[in-house]
Design a protein around this ligand. Structure first.
Ligand SMILES: Nc1ncnc2c1ncn2[C@@H]1O[C@H](COP(=O)(O)OP(=O)(O)OP(=O)(O)O)[C@@H](O)[C@H]1O
Ligand SMILES: O=P(O)(O)OC[C@H]1O[C@](O)(CO)[C@@H](O)[C@@H]1O
Ligand SMILES: [Mg+2]
Length: 320
């Protein structure tokens, strides 16, 4: 019987995680369940770093970035002994079910717990958007907006000084963040790991654009392709600019969640608890075409979250 549920955040922090923690807690309390917060992801689970969550302990966090439960990457949890220790900790503390808020790695950990008999539901939270089973992950929209705000400032300087900027954005092995922000900021090039990089074609396009009177250029580069300094080095001598590089880095992870992420996080947090109440196990919640869906956890990494090819064509068409 479901009486007491645990909730943790794991992997990189993402704007909206707090809204999800609040939604999980309040939905569970609404349905008469107790809630235990597990601090610092799987690390805190192994150490028994638990805190009871009440209606008021999740008050005032809705619009705050980061995660009030804190988060971690826990190498010990990647080994069977670590996972078994996690199972024991949950059982010793009478935690009947667990909501894991995090990315694909966190979901792999959650699946290991499920395979050992723990009732788990995952809530997709990562700025990378690199998970199938949902059209968008919590934090992605805010990270795109943050990157856009930064790049829009760089654009002013690029056009004032007739310069080229290479802006490296996060996304790990995926290009979603780069593609979305690249279209939004009107980049001349968006380089993503999903596609080969043709340096000669880039140099040629820059050259002909300059001949046509274009005086500045912006490349949005996904970190999964190469670093901005590597790209600048490779372009040296092959293009008509002396590029400046900017690595947005962890600036993209923090900050207050956008309206979109706050609503998404609230809906998915509530849906995770409702899924547990409905007897769903080993599942993740997601948003597909504005419907809240429940699919197996492993969907996140066994299926492919497709890049929108229309978006790629847009970069090409709109940057003439
Ligand atoms: N195969 C696995 N088995 C068990 N646990 C795992 C596995 N993969 C990852 N984890 C656990 O999940 C944690 C978070 O994973 P990871 O660092 O990949 O981040 P994430 O959840 O994908 O989020 P983000 O990519 O946004 O940072 C790991 O530190 C580890 O504790
Ligand atoms: O904060 P850390 O551990 O350096 O991790 C950075 C990674 O985390 C993310 O921000 C989220 O997965 C990636 O985009 C990035 O590659
Ligand atoms: Mg990940």
């Amino acid at each position: 019987m479901l009486r007491r549920i645990g909730v943790l955040t794991s992997g990189g922090d993402a704007p909206g995680m707090n809204a999800s923690i609040r939604a999980v807690t309040r939905t569970a309390l609404y349905h008469g369940l107790q809630v235990v917060g597990i601090r610092r992801g799987y690390e805190g689970l192994l150490e028994g770093d638990f805190v009871p969550l009440t209606r008021s302990s999740v008050g005032g966090i809705l619009l705050h970035g980061g995660t009030m439960l804190r988060t971690a990457r826990c190498p010990a949890f990647m080994r069977p002994e670590g996972i078994n220790a996690g199972v024991s900790k949950l059982r010793e503390n009478d935690i009947d079910a667990l909501v894991v808020i995090g990315g694909d790695g966190s979901f792999r950990g959650a699946k290991e717990l499920h395979d050992r008999g723990i009732h788990v539901v995952g809530v997709p939270g990562t700025i990378d958007n690199d998970m199938a089973g949902t059209d968008c992950t919590i934090g992605f929209d805010t990270a795109c907006n943050t990157a856009l705000e930064c790049i829009s400032k760089l654009r002013d300087t690029a056009s004032s000084h007739d310069r080229m900027f290479i802006v490296e954005v996060m996304g790990r092995h995926a290009g979603f963040l780069a593609l979305e922000t690249g279209v939004a900021c009107g980049a001349e090039f968006v380089l993503i790991p999903e596609l080969p990089v043709d340096l000669e074609a880039i140099a040629n396009k820059i050259h002909y654009a300059k001949q046509r009177g274009k005086t500045h250029s912006l490349i949005v580069l996904a970190e999964g392709v190469m670093s901005a300094s590597e790209l600048a080095e490779k372009l040296k001598g092959h293009c008509d600019y002396d590029p400046r590089i900017v690595v947005l880095g962890h600036l993209q992870r923090g900050g207050a969640p956008s309206c979109f992420d706050t609503v998404l996080a609230s809906r998915l947090g509530a849906a995770a608890v409702e899924a547990l109440i409905d007897g769903k196990r080993g599942m993740m919640v997601g948003r597909t075409k504005d419907e809240i869906v429940t699919v197996p956890l492993e969907t996140a990494w066994t299926q492919h979250h497709p890049l929108d090819s229309d978006m790629l064509r847009l970069v090409e068409t709109l940057s003439i």
